[in-house]
Design a protein around this ligand. Structure first.
Ligand SMILES: O=P(O)(O)OC[C@@H](O)[C@@H](O)c1c[nH]c2ccccc12
Length: 256
């Protein structure tokens, strides 16, 4: 499934490139106002931080929410205390788009993550041109060479890279890369199985100066508390926020 999602996203990017050539996206990326310092915004603090996700659907959970106004949802996330907003821009299975990200950018002042299946430089330039501050790179989807090229490009464009892992081996590849913001996704993107204790097993092996993000599988405040207890600086949450009142749910998660 991960390979299919990545291939689909690359195909969609090639179609967009037919309309907007790479040179043009590159120019827009370079001309964009500088990215916000997402690493500082997400760095360890005495309270857990949250990246709140704009997520309509997923291949594992199907339809989640009718989000007609992603910017309004993101504004609520900001009011609720989110430190950053994640916008799913994958169109096929997650029903997102870069237009969602652009709309969110118009409305919020916190850093924005482009959440997609990135495998080509074009997608990184697009992220910056749309004024994303962070991009996601999924270790399991990328060979070492592509991973380091995309990481270098994102860094060069002033963005922060969230490097996502799902095993000890992937984690060591992320650390070898020099990633400063590392995610452990509880969901295996190949099988969609959830492993809610994976973060707690891997976190002790992540150096102190790396910002640790626990991704997925939060439904109640106790889940946030457990991730925090296990060493999470940041928790990335989608489904629980789009299927409940965003502001009060965020407040309850931040109060742990
Ligand atoms: O809806 P949840 O279980 O709160 O999960 C959010 C986020 O972690 C999840 O959407 C996610 C994590 N990594 C991804 C990679 C691609 C797409 C989606 C994701």
């Amino acid at each position: 499934m991960l390979a299919e999602l990545t291939a689909g996203a690359a195909e969609d990017a090639r179609a967009r490139r037919e309309v907007t050539p790479r040179a043009e996206v590159e120019r827009a990326a370079i001309a964009a106002p500088p990215a916000l310092d997402a690493l500082s915004a997400l760095s360890r603090s005495d309270r857990v931080k949250i990246i709140a996700e704009v997520k309509r659907a997923s291949p594992s959970r199907g339809h989640l929410a009718e989000i007609t106004d992603p910017a309004a949802l993101a504004a609520e996330y900001e009011i609720g205390g989110a430190s950053a907003i994640s916008v799913l821009t994958e169109g096929r299975r997650f029903k997102g788009s870069l237009d969602d990200l652009r709309a969110v950018r118009e409305r919020v002042d916190v850093p924005i993550l482009r959440k997609d299946f990135i495998s080509e430089p074009y997608q990184v330039f697009e992220a910056r041109a749309a004024r994303a501050d962070l991009v996601l790179l999924i270790v399991a989807a990328l060979e070492d060479r592509a991973l380091s090229e995309l990481f270098a490009l994102s860094t060069e464009l002033g963005m922060t890279t969230l490097v996502e892992t799902h095993s000890a081996d992937e984690l060591s590849r992320a650390l070898d890369l020099g990633a400063r913001l590392v995610g452990v996704n509880a969901r295996d993107l190949s099988t969609f199985e959830l492993d809610k204790t994976l973060f707690a097993r891997l976190a002790p092996t992540i150096p102190d100066d790396v910002v640790k993000v626990a991704e997925s599988a939060v439904s109640v405040p106790a889940d946030v508390a457990a991730y925090r207890e296990a060493g999470a600086d940041v928790v990335l949450i989608g489904e629980a926020l789009v299927t409940n009142d965003p502001v009060s749910t965020l407040e309850s998660f931040l109060a742990v």
